[in-house]
Write a new protein. Structure first.
Length: 254
């Protein structure tokens, strides 16, 4: 892919600036880089939706021009930048899979070959980082079996790879409903409101409890209408907040 390596190099250089740059400087550099990648995607892969996926990735910013970013804020900014870099790294596979990734095309292929099932081999940007899944798998707990949690995370990645955004909303809700006993609580509302972590962490957990749950409920319980609007990745992507939740589980059980 002509130009991809250069764009990835510029993103890696930008990452080195996160720990020391002033907000205005980094925000302008990040906006310039994301706009350059967006233009390259529009020119190289028109009508594929890849530019829209890129636009839906987390915003890279350190706050207002006169802010003094905390270490946590710089860490979150670095994590958002890492997510965009991982997305770029997965781009060659995503382009190759575009012809056989959407549910409609999977179904059409199934009919074409006369089978009731089609086995998929997919590679895509991970909603749940594979390293985080490995950390969960490595945990040996006498109290909690994480097998189902790991499988839910794996299926969430598979849902993203096949652009199954309804499934993503429902799987995210399934995960947050599954884990409260790990925190010694009955439901995730208790976790979000009472967990003894930092204020920033509690805000992210509350985001999972409210926004993610409401979106899942909207699609789970709504009845058929004359006109439907399907969700897109921007609506159902809770990857940042979800990773913070999973990292807390790793820390508690390791």
């Amino acid at each position: 892919m002509n130009g991809l390596d250069e764009l990835a190099r510029l993103g890696a250089e930008l990452k080195t600036q996160v720990k020391w740059s002033e907000p205005l400087q980094l925000n302008m550099s990040a906006a310039g880089w994301t706009a350059r990648v967006n233009q390259w995607l529009c020119e190289s892969f028109p009508e594929t939706g890849l530019a829209a996926e890129w636009a839906a990735q987390p915003i890279i910013e350190l706050g207002l021009p006169l802010d003094r970013p905390t270490d946590f804020k710089r860490g979150m900014t670095e994590m958002n930048l890492d997510q965009r870099l991982r997305w770029l790294a997965s781009l060659p596979s995503r382009v190759a899979l575009k012809g056989m990734s959407t549910p409609e095309k999977v179904n059409a292929k199934s009919v074409e070959v006369g089978r009731r099932e089609v086995k998929l081999s997919l590679t895509a940007r991970a909603i749940v980082d594979p390293i985080r899944i490995n950390e969960l798998q490595a945990i040996s707990s006498d109290t909690f079996d994480l097998k189902k949690l790991v499988r839910l995370c794996e299926e969430l990645n598979l849902a993203f790879a096949t652009e199954s955004y309804l499934s993503m909303a429902m799987l995210t809700r399934a995960i947050i409903d599954h884990v409260p006993p790990i925190f010694g609580m009955k439901n995730f509302s208790e976790v979000a409101n009472n967990y003894a972590g930092s204020n920033s962490l509690r805000r992210e957990l509350k985001n999972l409890e409210t926004t993610s749950r409401n979106i899942a409920d909207l699609h789970l319980h709504s009845q058929i209408k004359k006109k439907e609007t399907l969700p897109n990745i921007t609506q159902v992507d809770s990857s940042n907040s979800l990773d913070l939740l999973l990292s807390e589980i790793v820390a508690r059980l390791s």
